[in-house]
Design a protein around this ligand. Structure first.
Ligand code: ADP
Ligand code: MG
Length: 349
């Protein structure tokens, strides 16, 4: 696969006050599985469509491999594209749909037949080659769309919520298939989703979008363990947040006075200390300290291999502790407790 390099990519629709995509810069490495993750309206599709050449750019630069693609129309960019809606030709069989990009490239007939058969096998549809799309299930139609996108060995595969129309079980099955295809083909993938679990399951790295900008790019564990912003911390999983003002290595406010992790922020900055639910320990006795806060237990929710203890801090903020079954503390709703954490497990944003 080829690398994709985006610099200051911007899109403004008509007279909109705010750009839909606001000076986005990003490097996708050759062969990497990169996911654009963010809420609806955050600019993921618009960014992907500009890379694909399906949407004009207001400003910025896009390079695919060593080529500046600004002047190239979509079909000359050598990209495979899959959308949420299968967009198959309804009057063509699965095999004819997959053959389409090869016929447009005027490959010899024998080579087309050979490649179509091989690619349909790759997406496990070898025995459905002669079916029309309406005779295929949603998951099978999306496999055909995937086969059509990879059959010509594109340098980059772009997918916009490709599993969004499928039910949960089928979605998880196809996630595994997509991960396998990426591994086997070595193609660079840019994958759009608003589903954090899907992003965590598939990606080498994730770019978190918010309001037309990228808030952070990193591996799943980078984003989870070291979120750069409040938004990233809140969008990926549960978190406990304590807000205050920084001064002399401490974060004070709302009746709390906590030890702050190392930071580049100057004294006087407003900041939040973030601790993930599985990094908190509960103890029965009330109290507080450098790395501890007192709280009231409001609810306990069992979730299979672990349970969530929902808590409310003295300042009214809600929080959550995750305990593995087998390491449960002896507490009940209504108890006053102390939550503490190791200083290594707190992040300042
Ligand atoms: P996402 O894919 O993250 O849900 P989009 O890229 O589709 O977000 O949209 C980003 C923003 O751009 C949204 O505010 C959306 O309303 C706006 N937008 C998208 N397409 C158009 C369009 N064709 N015309 C005007 N505004 C658009
Ligand atoms: Mg979208």
């Amino acid at each position: 696969g080829a690398g994709v390099r985006v610099r200051d990519l911007t899109k403004r629709f008509g007279s909109a006050a705010r750009p839909a995509v606001d000076a986005v810069s990003l490097d996708v490495r050759p062969g990497e599985f990169m996911t654009f993750l963010g809420p609806s309206g955050s600019g993921k599709t618009t960014t992907l469509n500009m890379i694909a050449g399906l949407e004009g750019v207001t400003g910025g630069e896009i390079r695919i491999g060593d080529r500046d693609v600004a002047a190239l129309p979509a079909h000359r960019r050598d990209l495979g594209v899959v959308f949420q809606q299968y967009a198959l030709f309804p009057h063509m069989t699965a095999a004819q749909n997959v053959a389409f990009p090869l016929r447009r490239r005027k490959l010899p007939k024998a080579e087309i037949a050979e490649r179509v058969a091989r690619t349909l096998d790759l997406v496990r549809l070898g025995d459905h080659a002669d079916r029309l799309p309406r005779k295929l299930s949603g998951g099978q139609q999306q496999r055909v769309a995937l086969a059509r996108a990879i059959v010509f060995d594109p340098r980059v595969l772009l997918m916009d919520e490709p599993l969004g129309a499928l039910d949960k079980k089928l979605r998880e099955q196809l996630q595994i298939e997509i991960a396998r295809l990426h591994r086997e083909l070595g193609v660079t993938v840019i994958f759009v989703t608003h589903d954090q679990e899907e992003a965590l399951a598939l990606s080498d790295r994730i770019a978190v979008f918010n309001e037309g900008r990228i808030e952070q790019v990193g591996t799943a564990s980078d984003l989870y363990e070291r979120p750069a912003t409040r938004f990233v911390a809140a969008f990926l999983g549960d978190s406990n947040a304590f807000e205050g003002t920084l001064s002399g290595g401490r974060l004070a406010g709302d009746g709390l006075d906590l030890r702050a992790p190392a930071t580049d922020l100057p004294d006087g900055s407003r900041a939040a200390l973030i601790v993930r639910p599985e990094r908190l320990r509960l103890s029965g006795a009330p109290g507080s300290g450098d790395n501890a806060v007192s709280a009231d237990v409001t609810d306990i929710v069992y979730q299979g291999a672990f349970r969530k203890v929902l808590i409310r801090f003295g300042n009214g903020g809600a929080g959550c502790v995750r305990e593995a079954i087998g390491a449960l503390s002896d507490i009940a709703p209504g108890d006053r407790v102390t939550v503490h954490w190791s200083p290594d497990h707190a992040v300042l944003v």
